[in-house]
Each structure stands twice: as C-alpha cells, then as structure tokens.
Design a protein around this ligand. Structure first.
Ligand code: HEM
Ligand code: HEM
Length: 177
C-alpha cells in the first residue's frame, strides 16, 4: 500500500498537536513566573524546567520524524506562499530548539541544576555570570519571537481554512482525510 504523502501521517500529527499544547503551556507558565515570588514561583519553575527539558527531546524526535515522513507541497498553493510557509516552519523549528537549549544553559550557568522529573541532566556549563545573562536574554527574546510566529502561523492556518477553503488545516487534523 502506498501512503498519500500530501497528508501528514498520524505520528506527525501527534507530534504537532502534542508539542503545540506543551509549548503554549510553557509560554503561559513562563510569563506567569515573571510576576511571582516565593515558594510558588520555584514550584512552577521546577515544572517549567522539567517540561522544557522534555520538549528538547520531543522536538529532536519530531525533526527526525519530519525527515523520515516528508509531505508534498499542496498543489493549490502558489510558489510564493509555499516558500513563505516553509520559512515560517523553519523559524518555528529553530525557536523550538533555542528555547529549551537556552533555558538549560541559563539555569546551569546561574548555578542551578536542571532535572527532568527527577532525573538530573548532565552539566554542560558551570556557574558563569556573563553567560547566564546572555542566555537569559536569548530565552526572553526568542520567547517573544516564538509568540509572534505562532500567532502568524495559526492565523495563516485559520485563514486558509475559512477564506481559501483548502486542505491546509484539514491535512494537519486528527481526523483521517
Ligand atoms: C520550549 C521550551 C520553553 C519555552 C517555550 C519557555 C518559555 C518561557 C517564557 C515565555 C518565559 C518568560 C520570559 C522571560 O522571563 O523572559 C520563560 C522563563 C524562564 N524559563 Fe523557559 N521556556 C522553555 C524551556 C525552558 C527550560 C528547558 C528551562 C530550564 C531548564 C527554562 C527555564 C526558565 C527560567 C528559569 C525562566 C525565568 C527566567 C527569568 O525569570 O528571567 N525554560 N520561559
Ligand atoms: C505552539 C504552537 C505551534 C507550533 C510550534 C507549530 C509548528 C508547526 C510546524 C513546525 C509545522 C511544519 C510541519 C512540517 O514540518 O511540515 C506546522 C504545520 C502546521 N500547523 Fe502548526 N504549530 C503550532 C500551532 C498551530 C495551530 C494553533 C494551528 C491551527 C490553528 C496550526 C496549524 C498547522 C497546520 C495546518 C500545519 C500544516 C501546514 C502545511 O501543510 O503546510 N499549528 N506547525
């Protein structure tokens, strides 16, 4: 049986929607932490760090899966829009990698261990003030870029569905086309 590579397969769909939920949760929790103090902040930060470290592994697996299960370009899309969508997806992948990596490096260079639900990650950098400041900046700036990209990306998907009435959103849907 040959598969229809115009559609995302189930693994790709589960990766997409699973990581979308986790990333949106990470952004909400990250922004909430900014206005908090005391033990609650550190409890939430522990969860943010565990889920964030988990996301690094999920995103790496997702990128590998993307190369193993490619999809065709949609024939109804113009060459310019295909290019734009691919650029957007590339930037989303880049931000999805930079966020957990900068988070881990920021914590470790600040002198804090990172554990993923109790399992401590190897130390990649020791305590280092300047590098901590740098990675903290990267984490904050990339978070804002990621939020803008997600808004544009979700907006484009909804625009395709409602106004262009094409298969763009449906082929990422959990129902079989
Ligand atoms: C996809 C993964 C991640 C996303 C989307 C994310 C998102 C965010 C956001 C939106 C903020 C608030 C922005 C700011 O404070 O400037 C934040 C703060 C923070 N994140 Fe993450 N994060 C991720 C992964 C991680 C990881 C893996 C760690 C550590 C192991 C981490 C540690 C922190 C810490 C310590 C803060 C507070 C920084 C501060 O108060 O300046 N994050 N994160
Ligand atoms: C955290 C949020 C999200 C992230 C990080 C994200 C990321 C991505 C990435 C990287 C791709 C490219 C997949 C590939 O490699 O081909 C993609 C595809 C897609 N996403 Fe998202 N996404 C998010 C949320 C959403 C939301 C909320 C929607 C719908 C409203 C959506 C709709 C789609 C659709 C329809 C595609 C397929 C596009 C196509 O076939 O050209 N995504 N997403």
């Amino acid at each position: 049986m040959t598969s229809d590579i115009r559609n995302y397969n189930l693994v790709s769909k589960l990766f997409h929607w699973g990581s979308a939920v986790l990333i949106l949760g990470m952004i909400v929790v990250g922004l909430m932490m900014e206005d908090m103090e005391g033990p609650e902040k550190f409890e939430l930060m522990g969860l943010h760090k565990s889920f964030g470290a988990l996301l690094l592994f999920i995103v790496i697996a997702r990128i590998l899966n993307r190369f193993l299960n490619p999809v065709d370009d949609l024939p109804e899309m113009t060459a310019k829009n295909i290019k734009l969508a691919k650029m957007g997806h590339g930037l989303l992948y880049l931000c999805m990698l930079i966020m957990p990596i900068s988070g881990i490096l920021m914590s470790q260079s600040g002198g804090h261990a990172v554990s993923m639900f109790g399992w401590e990650l190897p130390t990649l950098v020791g305590k280092e003030h300047d590098f901590h400041e740098f990675t903290e900046g990267v984490h904050g700036v990339t978070a804002n870029v990621l939020i803008l990209l997600i808004l544009g990306h979700a907006g484009a998907a909804i625009y395709h569905h409602i106004f262009m009435k094409d298969r763009t959103l449906l082929r990422m849907g959990l129902r079989k086309l």
